[in-house]
Write a protein that binds this ligand. Sequence first.
Ligand SMILES: [Zn+2]
Ligand SMILES: [Zn+2]
Length: 185
Amino acid sequence: MKDLDYLREQCISEVAGLGIALGRIASWSVNKRAKTRWGLCRLKRDGSYEIEIAERLLVDDRISEKACKETIIHELLHTCKGCMRHTGKWKQYAELMNRTYGYNIKRVTEGCEKGVENHKVSEMAVKYVFTCGGCGATIYRKRDSKFTRNYRHYGCAKCGAVAWSRKLIRNCTSEVASYIITDKQ
Ligand SMILES: [Zn+2]
Ligand SMILES: [Zn+2]
C-alpha cells in the first residue's frame, strides 16, 4: 500500500521545483471503484480543483511508486493555468517533468505500462458523465440505457434532486486520466 499523502507531497515539490505554478487544489480523493481511469481532475465552480486517484494505483504492489506519481503529476498539471487539455502547456509541462525527472507522463497510459494487465477498450470507455445539480455527485455510464435516455426523470440517490446534467465524453476509450469539467449548464 502506497502512501498517497507522502507521494503527492513529493510530486508537488518536484513540480514546484521547476517553477510550474499549480492551481488551488481543494481536495484529494481515492476512488475505490474506478476501473476506467487512473486519475481525474475536476474544475469546480469556485475555480479550485478536485483530484481523484484510483485506489488500485495505491494498493496494487505491481504498480511502482514512480508509475503512481506519474498519474498524480498528470492530474496536478491539469490545475495549471491553460492546462485543461492534453495539448499546449500541459504537454510542455509533462515533457519538462519527463526530461527532468525521468518520468513517462503521457496523455493516456495503458495498464501494461503501469505493470498491470490491460483493460479492454470496451471496459475502459466511459460514455457519459452525469452531474447532480443538487449535490454535485457524479455518476458514469459506459453505454446507453434507460437512465442515460431518461435521466431527467431520475432523482439523485444522495440528495433526491431531479437535476442531472449530462456530458458526453468523446474519444475517451482507454483515456485513463481524463479531464472533466463539472460545471452545470
Ligand atoms: Zn444529488
Ligand atoms: Zn489528463
